[in-house]
Design a protein around this ligand. Structure first.
Ligand code: D5M
Ligand code: FE
Ligand code: ZN
Length: 552
């Protein structure tokens, strides 16, 4: 078998029962004849060795090391990584000049970088000399150097989100999750207004100024075209009227049921209704300053791999993992996968016909094989999505023991959906993204659409909740606490699910929807979903800049 790429080499070694350091794989793949180098190495290593090191390879193969080269650098004949001849592209995402006022939330139009979607995503390759160019392998005289493994002492990753499910689905759980949501969101809104509980407002005289914090329990338009928004707190509900000719009427478009807001205004003469003057969302404070890493290090953010689907793009995946083995990916030390590892079974009607692997466990086994192609020094974190074999209702628990065992090869960190992953000081909120469909369905196109999948995520940030609405498309499981509230502001917000790539900044929070690794399925065709396939957004953790690689 030809061994021209690190992945081929790693696979061949695995087939023969060997594990290998990434550096060893790189050395072999970059040898003049990788096949010969591999044979020679295996002949010379002691019998008890199961993990090949770079030293094993070096002592077996004559490498013509050039002086000054970093360890692991050899003098390949330029055939390394030849599998991919298509350079990735680097749209050089700016740090995104975020704007957007919060306060009364009257407007929030952060100047985000363009979403890459539809046409632009498949536009001609960029030749502007971006770093991504080296994906394509040796281009000209300079031979390509392989990956230099990360120093584990410098890496740090902590994951929060593997909650303990106590919910039983009973009424009392709904009461407690509602109370907890109210507590958490009202504490975020408290500074904005001097609010009173609904029962206190009920006993205030007509004409008084009043403010309240509540969850939206109903939105109706009146006969005159005004908006009647009913807010609920832990004491009861109160009707609030937003007049159609006021600026704030536009905010009603952004409201979703069950989200928490604050309002202030004046009570009607009979005290039975509040005329709203201002409305506030929990929001990301305008003063928010994201944290960054202390060194040059990057994280690749992906999702929706969908292994097991006939449309899973294995070749693109190989190009991605091959690239991770190159010097261009030296600083990519983390890989965060935001759900839908596999295609699953029985997820939608007629799915059987699109399955390549029909057994769910086999799907995870295959996924695990693909994961092995990722260099061993890359720390992986993954959470489930709606195609994965965990309960559908959110928050979704982490994969169970059986699935963890299947996926144990790479020692990935496995957590629930959503989770906050702190990578070298940078908080990345990972949420698969099912509620994004709902935000898009409920809000006007300019606020949320599939073409700009980061914008509905802005709405979630503004509402400080990953899945505001109960009882809609997003299935929510009541737990003692509302784990779906964003109690703290993330530095990076990462989702997938809608299979569209888009990114931008919302009040300085880098927001990314990472696309997918599955070509359009017949089912998606029938519902008009045109996916962005095989992009890898790479975040620089020290600057929060982004480069996007295209492995299609
Ligand atoms: O979701 C991929 C995308 O497809 C996401 O935006 C939801 C959409 N989708 C999934 N199922 C349906 C149905 N039944 N109708 C309409 N749109 C749908 P994924 O989670 O990968 O399936
Ligand atoms: Fe998906
Ligand atoms: Zn999904």
């Amino acid at each position: 078998m030809p061994l021209e790429t690190p992945v081929h080499v790693a696979n061949e070694l695995a087939r023969r029962g060997y594990n290998a350091e990434p550096e060893a794989v790189t050395l072999l793949a970059s040898a003049p004849d990788p096949g010969v180098a591999l044979e020679r190495t295996l002949e010379t290593v002691p019998d008890d060795v199961v993990k090949l090191t770079a030293d094993h390879v070096k002592s077996a193969v004559e490498t013509r090391s050039r002086s000054g080269d970093p360890p692991g650098q050899t003098d390949p004949d330029g055939t390394a990584d030849s599998a991919d001849t298509r350079p990735g592209r680097d749209p050089s995402v700016s740090t995104g000049t975020s704007a957007g006022k919060s306060g009364n939330g009257a407007e929030d139009a952060p100047v985000e970088t363009e979403g890459v979607g539809g046409e632009s995503a498949t536009a001609a390759d960029d030749t502007s000399g971006s770093t991504a160019g080296s994906v394509g392998g040796a281009s000209g005289g300079e031979p390509e150097r392989g990956r230099t493994p990360a120093d584990p002492d410098e890496q740090s990753v902590a994951v929060e989100g593997d909650f303990n499910s106590t919910g039983t689905g009973e009424y009392s759980d709904f009461v407690s999750v509602f109370r907890d949501r109210y507590e958490k969101l009202s504490s975020q809104l408290r500074g904005r207004v001097n609010h009173r509980p609904t029962d206190a407002i009920e006993s205030m005289p007509g004409g008084s100024e009043a403010a309240m914090v509540g969850m939206v329990s109903d939105i109706r338009s009146t006969a005159n075209g005004h908006w009647l928004v009913e807010l609920e707190d832990t004491n009861g509900t109160f009707p609030c009227l937003v007049m159609k000719d006021r600026d704030i009427a536009e905010l009603v478009d952004e409201l979703m049921l069950d989200e928490g807001v604050a309002v202030d205004g004046t009570l009607a003469d009979d005290g039975a209704i509040l005329f709203v003057d201002s409305m506030y969302f929990p929001e990301v404070p305008r003063t928010y300053e994201p944290s960054t890493a202390d060194r040059e290090v990057e994280a690749a953010l992906i999702s929706d791999v969908h292994v097991g689907s006939r449309e899973f793009e294995a070749d693109a995946w190989h190009r991605f993992t091959d690239w991770l083995h190159t010097a261009d990916a030296d600083s990519v030390e983390y890989l965060l996968i935001a759900g839908d590892m596999v295609e699953g079974v029985g997820v939608y009607p007629g799915q059987d016909e699109e399955l390549d692997i029909v057994d769910i466990y086999e799907q995870y086994e295959r996924f695990s094989e693909y994961l092995k192609e990722v260099p061993g020094d890359v720390e992986i974190v993954m959470i489930p999505g709606n195609h994965d074999a965990v309960r559908l209702a959110e928050p979704q628990p982490a994969f169970d023991e059986e699935l963890r065992d299947i996926m144990s090869a790479h020692d990935a960190r496995i957590s629930g959906n959503p989770s906050t992953v702190t990578v070298e000081g940078v908080d990345v909120l990972m949420y698969h993204g099912v509620s994004i469909d709902e935000v898009i369905a409920e809000l006007p196109d300019d606020k949320a659409s599939y073409e700009e999948p980061h914008k509905p995520m802005y709405q979630l940030l503004k509402k400080r909740h990953v899945a505001p609405q109960f009882g809609g498309q997003t299935r929510l499981a009541p737990e003692e606490e509302d784990y779906l509230v964003m109690e703290s502001v993330p530095d990076v917000f990462h989702s997938g699910h809608v299979h569209k790539l888009g990114y931008g900044k919302y009040h300085d929070v880098l927001t990314i929807n990472s696309g997918c690794w599955q070509a359009q399925t017949d089912f998606q065709k029938s519902v008009n979903i045109d996916p962005d396939v095989a992009f890898a957004p790479i975040v620089s953790l020290d600057t929060l800049d982004l480069r996007i690689h295209d492995f299609e």
